[in-house]
Design a protein around this ligand. Structure first.
Ligand SMILES: NC(=O)C1=CN([C@@H]2O[C@H](COP(=O)(O)OP(=O)(O)OC[C@H]3O[C@@H](n4cnc5c(N)ncnc54)[C@H](O)[C@@H]3O)[C@@H](O)[C@H]2O)[C@@H](O)CC1
Ligand SMILES: Nc1ncnc2c1ncn2[C@@H]1O[C@H](COP(=O)(O)OP(=O)(O)O)[C@@H](O)[C@H]1O
Ligand SMILES: [K+]
Length: 504
């Protein structure tokens, strides 16, 4: 699914109204209907509801919600901000007129001074103050109002975006000055800001409502941001040909595991095998031999010269893809071997964990990484290489910059893992669960992406599809083992089932 900027949403909105003949009032009605259904489905008419309506079309949405709630037997209190008595948009004016035409007496129109109602945790607040028309971060009275709403303990439903937050970037916004929603009901598209952990407490849970904006305009409007769902991944994964053999599915090589961290190699190897690689060799410290052969007998074992660490990372047997990093440690011999690998290997590598930490200690390696390589850092690993970031937004912007500069893909791991490509496109992942916040989970991802690369998938699809498969495997594992009990190994073992579900 495409994620559009505010500017592009306005264009799509305009095309829908001007070329497809859908009136803005009809669009407002569709928004309001969806918000009202949500309320009617979960709250009883006796709930004390307070609706805050701004002067633009976000306010118009809110006023129509008010009218529809009245029809459903609720008696909401509605506050409309209409400074000087003449600031309403055309649609907002019409919505006010239609509301008053019902005989409703509870409208409080705020023309100069605001008398705010007392809000308690029992209240349900509908926040229709500002949507995509927000020009500046909130100040003065609106800033105070946002704080009062957020600190009241009331349940808050925000229409389109939490008021005070921009849908795109929020570098200048202070979270405390934004309405904190429990649920954000977004109009037609999720917004970039929803995917950044900085805004998690502002957006709350989110839902998208389809109001039927022009499909042609959606198709023809370009964007750099995408939300990856199952259909996009199933379109990428190829089914196997009846006469194919293991030779058709590549031979992957993993440099992984040292004394004390052999489990990382086991999990990466399981992830690779469960995602269909034809053959897998794991090169590890010699001491890893009994564990690897016992736990992953399907993989070939390539022992290092050294007993406890990996000291040699030369590419061999014309392997079709290499993954490096899980559980390799950061000792000098391993770092030296990694440097040689990065400087000599001309095809894309998958680079994770301690291999990323080694790059952090020798940043000149970034200039040597083969184009199309995939780095899979979590926030901490990313910051160690590219500098400390104070926000998820800053980190994403930095990832976009360095991905372009070094021609590498960056898989920024987290709740909505973002895969950033050198062309500036960003793919936010929709699968996954906090059950995956467990040691070893990332190692499985390295195995999956390496396996897909070895099977001939391009780095662009191996990364995005691999991340989605990994998240779905986490969900499947969590179904059985729960949020607390899911382990890295459970995720690895669910990878095959995840792919099956995607391809069904
Ligand atoms: N995108 C779409 O296709 C649709 C959008 N609709 C709604 O329309 C909204 C956008 O409506 P508008 O463009 O009228 O904009 P908004 O309703 O978001 O806000 C515009 C008003 O807020 C004022 N304002 C902006 N920043 C301010 C600030 N920092 N302090 C004080 N006042 C400020 C403006 O002067 C203007 O009066 C969307 O968020 C959505 O809720 C729907 O009604 C229908 C379809
Ligand atoms: N709250 C979460 N929601 C969804 N996915 C998560 C969450 N926490 C972690 N994950 C996923 O789990 C994996 C953890 O990887 P990583 O941090 O490298 O762990 P480790 O190094 O212990 O294996 C990442 O793919 C990440 O996206
Ligand atoms: K809003």
């Amino acid at each position: 699914m495409k994620i559009f900027s505010t500017e592009n949403i306005r264009k799509i909105d305009r095309v829908t109204i001007e070329e497809e003949g859908v009136s803005s009032q009809e669009l407002i009605r569709r928004v309001a209907e969806a918000v009202t259904s949500e309320i009617v489905a979960h709250w009883s008419p006796s709930t004390p509801v307070v609706i805050f309506a701004g002067s633009g079309n976000n306010g118009a949405d809110a006023l129509v919600v008010g009218r529809m709630l009245l029809e459903a037997g609720f008696y909401p209190r509605i506050l409309l901000f209409n400074f000087h008595g003449d600031s309403l948009s055309r649609d907002c004016r019409q919505a006010k007129h239609d509301l008053l035409a019902t005989g409703y007496q509870g409208l409080v129109e705020i023309i100069d001074r605001a008398e705010l109602p007392t809000l308690t945790p029992e209240h349900l607040v509908v926040d229709g103050l500002f949507g995509s028309g927000l020009r500046e971060p909130l100040e003065g009275g609106f800033m105070m109002l946002a704080r009062v709403i957020s600190e009241s303990g009331a349940t808050v439903i925000s229409i389109d975006v939490p008021s005070g937050m921009f849908g795109d970037w929020n570098a200048r916004v202070i979270g405390r000055n934004v309405v904190h929603a429990n649920l954000t009901i977004a109009v037609q598209f999720p917004r970039l800001a929803f995917f950044l952990s900085d805004n998690a407490d502002l957006v709350g849970r989110w839902k998208v409502i389809d109001i039927g904006l022009s499909e042609r305009a959606i198709l023809n409007t370009p964007t750099k941001y995408f939300y990856v769902e199952r259909d996009e991944v199933s379109a990428v994964l190829k089914s196997r040909k009846p006469f194919s053999s293991k030779a058709d599915y590549g031979h992957a090589l993993l440099f992984s595991g040292c004394y004390g961290m052999t489990g990382a190699a086991v999990m990466a190897a399981r992830g690779a095998l469960r995602s269909g690689v034809g053959k897998l060799t794991v090169h590890s410290a010699r001491a890893a031999f009994p564990v690897l052969q016992g736990q992953v007998p399907e993989a070939l074992f390539s022992p290092d010269r050294q007993d406890y660490v990996i000291s040699d990372m030369s590419a061999r047997f014309n392997c079709s893809a290499i993954g490096v990093g899980p559980g390799i440690g950061t000792n000098d011999a391993t770092r030296g071997a990694l440097e040689t690998l990065i400087k000599s290997y001309k095809r894309p590598l998958v680079i994770d964990a301690d291999a990323l930490n080694a790059i952090a200690q020798n940043q000149s390696l970034l200039d040597h990484i083969a184009p199309g390589s995939i780095l899979t850092p979590h926030a901490g690993e990313f910051d160690r290489i590219f500098g400390a970031q104070t926000s998820a937004e800053g980190r994403l912007l930095k990832a976009i910059e360095v991905s372009h500069r070094y021609k590498i893909l960056i898989v920024l791991k987290g709740h909505y893992t973002a895969t950033v490509r050198p062309d500036g496109k960003v793919f936010f992942n929709s699968s996954g669960t906090p059950a995956m916040a467990t040691a070893g989970s990332g190692d499985v991802l390295t195995g999956i992406i390496t396996s897909l690369l070895a099977q001939g998938y391009k780095p662009e699809s191996a990364s995005v599809a691999g991340v989605y498969i990994h998240g779905l495997a986490g969900e499947i594992a969590a179904d059985t083992h729960g949020e607390y009990g899911t382990t890295g190994m459970d995720i690895a073992d669910a990878v095959g089932r995840a792919i099956k579900v995607i391809m069904e």
